[in-house]
Design a protein around this ligand. Structure first.
Ligand code: GLN
Length: 419
């Protein structure tokens, strides 16, 4: 059969064949940097995935599930064993009573959990409050769901907030929001606030006091909290993770998102979940069902095993990450980066003022220099801000890597000469 219509290029000109929504955002810069790392043979400290194996018993459980022919669709909102394990762990870790029959939706990663939640609760014209810098996905999530984002800045307090490099300084204060600015972002159109604690990219762990302030605004304006807690177990220096769902008045208005990726080092499995009261869960389940039907059935079985690992697993996870953080911090400081020391998650945001303009005019040019000439892939700071200029002086390093990988990155970065 042969196509007899006008040339395709003419049709494309007459009619835009891609959606306005898709035209409003770019491909993920984080994932693009992984492709560049492969292209240039750079050490990949860009995309946040471990270069080490997940727990043997979890991998074995996945193999066993495939052999036992758990290879057809799981129940669309998640295998019962996994939902039961999630409910048990929510009780153990946060003291929350969750009904696995009506309050949990297992999704293809926390990424799908977030977009399903956004699509399930927002209408065009609704507004969503997002702290910035923010994990890249939340921008497109807002566009796809038709909600208008309202960005509220997290600003580093202390010496590291100085725009000029401070000699010998690479220590940070905390990233904080201005309570008045946050209050001003809430109005009658606000439908939800997106939280991410421990936070990507800043490493901030929201305190009880901060979460209570956010709670008060949510209750006052009848607003939901969509909270991404995927780094729940990756904490340093005595930091404690608190789920906003545990605060008085929030249980009924919170969607708590988590997953296997970071806690069990299986980012490629794409198993995450959303925990929310039944009236929200039924909307999330419908959206999830028609988006993806379900997450991989055998990997959900392995998820139930993962969530039954003993306490010592989580202690070792945090201790190992502490070592990796300190290793990369030392390397970055020695090379002249000013670091915002994370209290959770596995990223270090850095101030790159010392390297500009010598190695590039901004974060994008510096990132290109790093990946092509220095041999280290990072994520440009602008990827985490609505206005790229706000991130022009920052880049993010991921340290979910083996110590030899981090040491090799440090050796390469030592070639940079900060004045
Ligand atoms: N969360 C990780 C990061 O920020 C990976 C994101 C992804 O590619 N899904 O790098």
């Amino acid at each position: 059969m042969c196509y007899a219509g006008p040339p395709v290029s003419e049709i494309v000109q007459q009619k835009r064949l891609t959606s306005e929504k898709a035209d409003r955002f770019t491909e993920s810069v984080i994932r693009e940097m992984t492709r560049q790392a492969m292209l240039y043979g750079a050490v990949n400290l860009a995309q946040g995935f471990p270069d080490f194996a997940g727990p043997e018993e979890v991998k074995e459980a996945a193999r066993a599930a495939i052999s036992a022919d758990i290879n057809q669709y799981a129940i669309t909102w998640g295998a019962k064993k996994l939902r039961d394990a999630i409910a048990r762990q929510m009780k153990l870790w946060q003291g929350l009573d969750v009904d696995p029959e009506t309050e949990i939706t297992v999704c293809c990663g926390s990424t799908e959990a977030m977009i399903s939640a956004m699509l399930a609760v927002t209408n065009p014209g609704d507004e969503v409050v997002i702290f910035e810098p923010f994990y890249e996905n939340y921008g497109p999530d807002a566009i796809l769901s038709g909600a208008g984002p309202r960005f509220v800045k997290l600003r580093p307090s202390g010496r590291s907030a100085d725009p000029e490099p401070v000699e010998g300084s690479s220590d940070s204060g905390e990233w904080c929001f201005d309570p008045d600015e946050l209050r001003a972002a809430f109005n009658a159109h606000t439908k939800a606030i997106i939280l991410n604690t421990p936070n990507n990219p800043t490493g901030k762990v929201f305190t009880r006091e901060e979460l209570e302030f956010i709670r008060d605004l949510c209750v006052e304006w009848n607003v939901l909290a969509l909270t991404d807690e995927i780094y729940e177990h990756i904490l340093y220096d005595g930091a404690k993770h608190l789920s906003i769902a545990t605060l008085d008045g929030m249980r009924e208005r919170t969607v708590t998102i988590n997953g296997m990726s970071k806690t069990y080092s299986v980012t490629g499995w794409r198993v995450g979940w959303a925990v929310a009261p039944a009236h929200l869960t039924s909307a999330i389940r419908k959206v999830h069902d028609f988006l993806t039907v379900g997450a991989a059935a055998p990997l959900q079985e392995a998820g139930a095993v993962a969530l039954s690992l003993p306490e010592s697993y989580y202690q070792k996870l945090a201790a190992d990450y502490r070592q990796r953080r300190d290793c990369l911090l030392a390397g970055l400081r020695a090379s002249g980066f000013r670091c915002f020391v994370p209290r959770g998650a596995y990223y270090i945001m850095t101030n790159i003022a010392a390297f500009l303009p010598r190695y590039g005019a901004d974060d994008l040019a510096f990132t290109q220099h790093l990946v092509k000439e220095t041999g280290v892939a990072v994520v440009p700071g602008s990827s985490f801000y609505n206005d790229p200029r706000d991130g022009a002086g920052q880049v993010r390093f991921a340290f979910c890597k083996q110590l030899p990988t981090l040491e090799e990155a440090a050796r390469r970065l030592a070639r940079l000469r900060a004045p």
